[in-house]
Design a protein around this ligand. Sequence first.
Ligand SMILES: Cc1cc2nc3c(=O)[nH]c(=O)nc-3n(C[C@H](O)[C@H](O)[C@H](O)COP(=O)(O)O)c2cc1C
Length: 248
Amino acid sequence: MSKSGYDMLLELVQKRRSIRRFKSDPIDDHIIEKIIEVARWAPSGFATQPWEFIVIKEKEHRQAIVDFTASYWDYCLDMEKARPEWQGKTWQLKGMTNEPGDYSEAPVYIILFGDPRALDALPMGVQCDKHRKQLIYQSSLANAFLHMQLAAATFGLGAQWYSAVQTPYSSCLIKDYLGIPPEFDIYDMMVLGYPAIKPTKKFLRKFSEIVHWGIDNKGKFRTDQETRDFVKRARAWVTGMHAKKTQS
Ligand SMILES: Cc1cc2nc3c(=O)[nH]c(=O)nc-3n(C[C@H](O)[C@H](O)[C@H](O)COP(=O)(O)O)c2cc1C
């Protein structure tokens, strides 16, 4: 029996996982184009489509971007000193995230950035509401980014958010390096390549815990204590080595 559209979609979203170690094998340009084509079809608030994409393949340019984000990890770790005690140990970035050098093998980076001038197409009611305007802008860019992640998974590629590019220091220097006008916003960067690791089991909240039907919801959401326990478990998962090396 052939798979239903739903089965295929569920399989795809289960297949898409964050990958943080890559093989250096190149990716054909037509695959990169197909990934961005899927992003082009993403829904955006009032059809503003405020997105632009820059594809970076050259090693020296990829390295420059990693260098611009390198100091982020130092101050990120430093800021962990401010973490409340009940949450346990500070982050251990090693092995879980994008410390400098992690991505050196990935052959392609795609930077997704937003052009806020497109937001002039929003209704005046939204333009006069800064918070909502920002939400629509960010959500539209997030949709495009997730579309790319899903498209990458269909080709057996691994992909990753590299949010360090958003910090004022990194984005300022990256925009200058890539000729992106300063008034544009770097949304995020997708690191793309064939996976050199297998992700471990995903950490997921239970369906019955998060879905609430109807209006009788008083007392049915997590207590403060349950939420705190969740925070501890989430941190333990994300700071652990939630990926295994594959045989190359
Ligand atoms: C908006 C957003 C930003 C993220 N930024 C980073 C990042 O900077 N570095 C990183 O290692 N992972 C980043 N991630 C990946 C998440 O850590 C990851 O999606 C989460 O742990 C769930 O794992 P999965 O993607 O394998 O399902 C980001 C994810 C999202 C949605």
